[in-house]
Design a binder for this molecule. Structure first.
Ligand SMILES: *Cc1c(COP(=O)(O)O)cnc(C)c1O
Length: 411
């Protein structure tokens, strides 16, 4: 039966519960698993070292190799993503690292990265820590940047913090034979499924919307069974596994993911419209805002504009950048009463952060300026509060921030 994604979100990874005679999925905390015979154990171990998933492998053997609770979450997410398989990790960065290591071969040690990309990903690929060479480019430069030794093209969409959309199908075409990796954290599988556009690997920081309640750190990569086998091999060797309690919470989070994302998206769209009309605000970044989705990717690649937005609060001098704007943004963050000033995103409550000072600080200065990240820019992860209450909070905080910035300081 072909189910609507909302139904899959509720039921995927739960097919055996009725047979087990339970309603909530059991949590399996075993670190080791008894085996029937040495022959069985050797067979399972060999299969898992070769990247086999749980069903082909037989016994679990040891929790770094396989855990049934973790596998449930992976089964649920793969169903939402439209992927053959998903492989989860201890954090989003562990997932990104594993994807790169899974793609690299002896002959192919070059990666093309499309900027802007998540600050820590930028740092990871620039640092040389993984022993790879990275060429940075923009979306239009992908075809020219790809070389015979390129193992992966890496993009993110929507982009943090400007919410620009990258054309996944366009990048896939430009990359030719080279697999394309998409960090789809901001879009969630509710709004976009990059595998349908030809991406080989789709990654989420599950810490964000998938978990959805700000209490789980996790990452997950989805793709073909062939990719999943490589990812499992990397996971066994590097050990950045997801804890089963975290997997349980993530799996539970999937059931409400469509509702949460669509509600936050609706509120984000309303807030963006209010912000556009406010005279203390400069640029407003949300794909629903006129001119912010020039290629019409909302409605095509992505079903809606999404739950994340950013905007510039203007300094007392009317500028979106410089010390006045910085002070206004700082004042705004300090004046919030309902929303929480904090990094991260995708929680039930609204989180507001300052990219230039916090998340984008780890990118190079050049990457920051090019990405439009001014001192007055604040990013909002819209939660599930009432839209009117949120606008009251934001409007008051914008005005309070600007007033604080206008006060003469003693020095
Ligand atoms: C948070 C985030 C990451 C990193 O994930 P962690 O779970 O913090 O390791 C990667 N990409 C994007 C877009 C993110 O928002």
């Amino acid at each position: 039966m072909a189910l609507h994604p909302d139904s899959r979100a509720v039921h995927a990874g739960r097919d055996d519960l009725r047979r087990l005679g339970v309603h909530a999925p059991p949590i399996d905390l075993s670190t080791t698993y008894p085996f029937e015979s040495l022959d069985d154990a050797v067979g399972s171990l060999d299969a898992m070292m070769a990247g086999a998933g749980p069903t082909e492998a037989g016994g679990a053997i040891y929790s770094r190799l396989h855990n049934p609770t973790v596998a449930r979450f992976e089964e649920g997410l793969a169903a939402l993503e439209g992927a053959e398989a998903s492989v989860s990790f201890a954090s989003g960065m562990a997932a990104i690292t594993a994807a790169v290591l899974a793609a690299r071969t002896e002959e192919k040690q070059h990666v093309v990265g499309v900027r802007p990309i998540y600050g820590t990903t930028d740092r990871l690929l620039t640092s040389g820590l993984l022993g790879l060479e990275t060429t940075w480019t923009d979306e239009a430069g992908v075809a020219a940047a790809v070389r015979p030794d390129t193992c992966l093209v890496m993009i993110e969409t929507p982009v943090n913090p400007t919410l620009d959309l990258v054309d996944v199908a366009g990048v896939v075409a430009a990359a030719g034979d080279v697999p394309v990796f998409v960090d789809a954290t901001f879009g969630t599988p509710v709004l976009q499924r990059p595998i349908e556009q030809g991406a080989a690997l789709v990654m989420h920081s599950a810490t964000k919307f998938l978990g959805g309640h700000g209490d789980v750190l996790a990452g997950v990569v989805s793709g073909s069974e062939g990719w999943a086998a490589r990812l499992r091999q990397v996971r066994i060797l590097t050990g950045a596994v997801l804890h089963p309690l975290a997997a349980y919470l993530l799996h539970r989070g999937l059931a409400t993911l469509p509702l949460r994302v669509r509600r936050s998206e609706e509120t984000a769209t309303a807030l963006a419209a209010h912000l556009v009309g406010h005279d203390g605000v400069g640029a407003v970044y949300h794909p629903s805002v006129e001119g912010r989705d020039p290629r019409g990717l909302v409605g095509a690649q992505m079903s809606g504009p999404g739950p994340m937005l950013s905007f510039e609060v203007l300094g007392p001098d009317g500028a979106p950048d410089g010390p006045g704007a910085f002070a206004a943004a700082d004042g705004l963050l300090q004046s919030l009463r309902l929303a929480t000033p904090a990094v991260s995103l995708g929680s039930t409550d609204t989180l507001v952060q300052h990219p230039a000072g916090l998340t984008q600080r780890v990118s190079t200065g050049e990457a920051r300026t090019k990405g439009g990240i001014t001192a007055g820019l604040v990013r909002v992860s819209v939660g599930l509060e009432d839209a009117g209450d949120l606008w009251d909070d934001l409007r008051r905080a914008i005005e309070a921030g600007r007033a604080a910035a206008a006060e003469p300081t003693s020095d």
